[in-house]
Write a protein that binds this ligand. Structure first.
Ligand SMILES: Cc1cc2nc3c(=O)[nH]c(=O)nc-3n(C[C@H](O)[C@H](O)[C@H](O)COP(=O)(O)OP(=O)(O)OC[C@H]3O[C@@H](n4cnc5c(N)ncnc54)[C@H](O)[C@@H]3O)c2cc1C
Length: 153
């Protein structure tokens, strides 16, 4: 990171950010064509969990290349100023890399859905019919590296 003073290295702060947000931007690559897609997610123990239809472009790309880059941001707020060049943005953001794998078994999906629903709603103990489970898959991104940046000026 060029601005070293803005780096967050405290792992608990990074985990806190990933555990409290709801939208992640997943960047995928098919040969030399980038593809970015926003999705909801849940975070637990070094992995992101994303609920998805069982087909579509992101699934097709992951099937050929499981390397994923992702971004999550938090606390975005414009800091106004009297001059255009004085404006800035407050934020905390994480950029990470990982490997995506598709969870297709019902029990694995049920566990992942609970992680996602807990993060999205704050509540646990939801029920998922086999019919609903069979219509979806879960993308599990096992995080391999991350950086975190904080700007307040
Ligand atoms: C806030 C938010 C949360 C979401 N949460 C989820 C989630 O949890 N799970 C999930 O599966 N999807 C979610 N979506 C929808 C997601 O962004 C994709 O539209 C969806 O996953 C289909 O992706 P795909 O690669 O299979 O695209 P396909 O259906 O295969 O479509 C391919 C083409 O459609 C276009 N396209 C696809 N998605 C978008 C988009 N969002 N905006 C503009 N153009 C698009 C692109 O040009 C792409 O090349 C969310 C979207 C938003 C904005």
């Amino acid at each position: 990171m060029r601005r070293k003073e803005k780096a967050i290295t405290d792992e608990s702060e990074i985990v806190d950010l990933l555990s409290s947000e709801t939208i992640v931007r997943l960047a995928l690559a098919e040969k030399n064509v980038p593809y970015m897609v926003p999705v909801n997610y849940g975070y637990r123990d070094g992995a992101l969990y994303i609920h998805s239809a069982p087909e579509g472009r992101k699934l097709s790309i992951i099937g050929k290349n499981d390397l994923v880059c992702f971004e999550v941001e938090s606390g975005v707020r414009m800091i106004p100023a009297d001059s255009a060049c004085g404006f800035s943005m407050a934020y905390r953001s994480v950029i990470g890399y990982g490997r995506a794998r598709i969870v297709r078994d019902r029990e694995g999906k049920r566990e992942a859905f609970e992680i996602i629903m807990k993060q999205l709603t704050g509540s646990e103990g939801w029920t998922y019919s086999d019919k609903a489970l069979d219509k979806t898959v879960v993308i599990k991104v096992v995080i391999e590296s991350m950086s975190c940046k904080k700007s307040s000026s």
